[in-house]
Write a protein that binds this ligand. Sequence first.
Ligand code: BGC
Length: 808
Amino acid sequence: MRFGHFDDAAREYVITTPRTPYPWINYLGCEEFFGIVSHLAGGYCFHRDARLRRLTRYRYNAIPTDAGGRTYYLRDGGDYWTPAWAPVKRELDHYECRHGMGYTRITGARGGVRAELLFLVPLGASAEIHRVTLRNEGRVRKRLRLFSLVEFCFWNALDDQTNFQRNWNIGEVEVDGSTLYHVSEYRERRNHYAYFHVNAPLAGFDTDRESFVGLYNGLHEPQVVVEGEPRNSVARGWQPVGSHAVDLELAPGEERSLVFLLGYAENPPDRKWERPGLVNKAPAREVIARFSTAPQVDAAIAALRAHWDGLLSAFTVRSPDEKLDRMVNVWNPYQCMVTFNLSRSASYFDSGIGRGMGFRDSNQDLLGFVHQIPTRARQRILDLAATQFPDGGAYHQYQPLTRRGNHEVGSGFNDDPLWLILAVAAYTKETGDYAILEEQVPFDNDERTRAPLLDHLRRSFEHVLSNLGPHGLPLIGRADWNDCLNLNCFSETPDEPYQTTGVRDGRTAESVMIAGMFTAIGPEWARLLSHQDRTAEAAQALEAVRRMERAILEHGWDGEWFLRAYDFHGRKVGSRECAEGQIFVESQGWCVMGGVGLGTGQARQALDAVAARLDTRYGIMLQQPAYRSYHLELGEISSYPPGYKENAGIFSHSNPWIMIAETLVGRPDRAFAYYRKLAPAYLEDLSEIHRTEPYVYAQMIAGRDAARHGEAKNAWLTGTAAWNFVAVSQYLLGIRPEHEGLRVNPCLPAEIPEFTATRRCRGATYLVRVRNSGGGGRARLTVDGRALDGDVVPWARPGAVVKVDCVV
Ligand code: BGC
């Protein structure tokens, strides 16, 4: 069942009923200020850090779900309603929500009044614009009163939800004309405040929640709206809110827009006050002056659109499959940018108070956005490398505000170092900026210990080699990519984190996945070295890769597929000898991506086992059979009920590894079939089962053992976005930057007999036209009319337009 449709020309998803199977959200902001906005206008906003600089309050896990956010109430005679349907939930004559690139437009109509709420964060400002457009569609003159409402958060979102004995005493506001200022804690250590402004005179306002809502009322019946009279309350302690009341009179057919601005402002410490006790409002006024008129807002929308045109035009495709096109051209790269901005911090499943920036997550995310924002990708790489230790290991996470490693989590996730090599390889191929390898980067952010980035990568590579176990395979540490496979942790005490407590200094538990990663990413390291004319070192690196390959074939092959690991006691994990967890997906994907068993048939065999044992209607499960009880020696993986998350869920992130692997063994039909199962645009008709947004990937889909097989969770902030983009753009469509040039080598089934693609890279534009027989065979290329040897089109000079014809 569908709950809306794609509008490809507008690059929007159009939701046509407020009763979606789950709140379907969008993100506002692409620089320093961000908002999450649901199709009911639920959500919140923050400046840079979702935990420490939260402007507005949002209650996760609330009843009803998705309560609160940016609420606009309309009073029309005796009736009152909310154009975004919730929270008043009066039936609407018309409802529509359009989630677009960095903006959301919700329209509701009732009783002859049509109200459109447009939400966006303009470029170059730390504020949300809410443009409210009201139109009288009836035949009689309308006298309307509009009430706005946001609930302010006491900045630190965790403290805000826990420390009531303090927080209910600190609330302070200032009211200045049509601007409401939230200035709690400003008198002491904070130099920042929030403001909520409207470009119209007020009929009244409220800043005290209890005065506005009423102590025993809900947001669906706030007493001020029910009575129609603002109380001009000034919050002192308790819960500050921002609510404007604006009167409008509309003749039949008449339309009027109001511009609300919800923003963040900061003052230098020596300019905090206008005069004693009065907050310096200059930075807020400056932003208000820039976005207060209709033409200013139109210009902001146009600028945002141009910004996204620029980002999305780096790679576009036109094929006979509109779903493929909308994923590749719009929604997948859009989601990749959201993961760049948010990492895993704030979504409707990530509360914004938990995790920082993950080392492995961010390096993988980069694979999906590097072509859109190479300059910012460069900085991200340097930030990540600066959280590395001299031994090549890395903090597993760092805090976005300070860019410092997170001590609570620490290091010891032994896959982490390799992802940095992969990210730098992708970055240099994309940009040709090899100077980054010479950048001096500190270890653990200690400026006294700088070394060139190249040296960081060397230590990453060496970290694997200096941590090998009894079979010559890499030690897993606290976990590898599969955070929940904790082979050294043995957690028996509730409430302790699986990965960070009780860690034994195990020198036995080994990961075949890291071994596979080493065979796939090691050659990338060698290529970088060769490119820097370090051929001897490159040869040594390749020798180490070959040793690893031999170790995998000798100790990591289970007969029909690759093993997953050896545990602390040296027992096999992911083997037919196991009662549960006989086959895991990760090692199949990575070993094949590393070329292990390609020549011997084992690669195909492993992928056949994936198809036979792990594939379902909704995607590839992480492992089978699911663990039915808690295995102390395996850790968190077995803590989940069967079919969920890492315990035999369809962990979307790992599916594209199999798609890529299938292209490497030359099976386009299978590769594309997997792609179609997972890519959300193809799941639109299953929305009542899938439940999360049909325009973005979700991290996890319940596996076959789960009660609700096919139901997705954790939409948006997942490495699935980057990896699916890599799989579809670089392996299925087959357009992939290499150090020497742009490789064009598609691997698609016959149902995509042709396509054209435009790829911008290193300042040149490549116009690619592909004719495809569907056999997954060799690509023959002509470049600007001349036949090419091989499938790598040499880099053209910046500004050049190169025509590439390809026959497969
Ligand atoms: C984490 C990743 C991890 C994945 C699989 C995600 O929640 O962000 O770092 O690789 O789970 O366990």
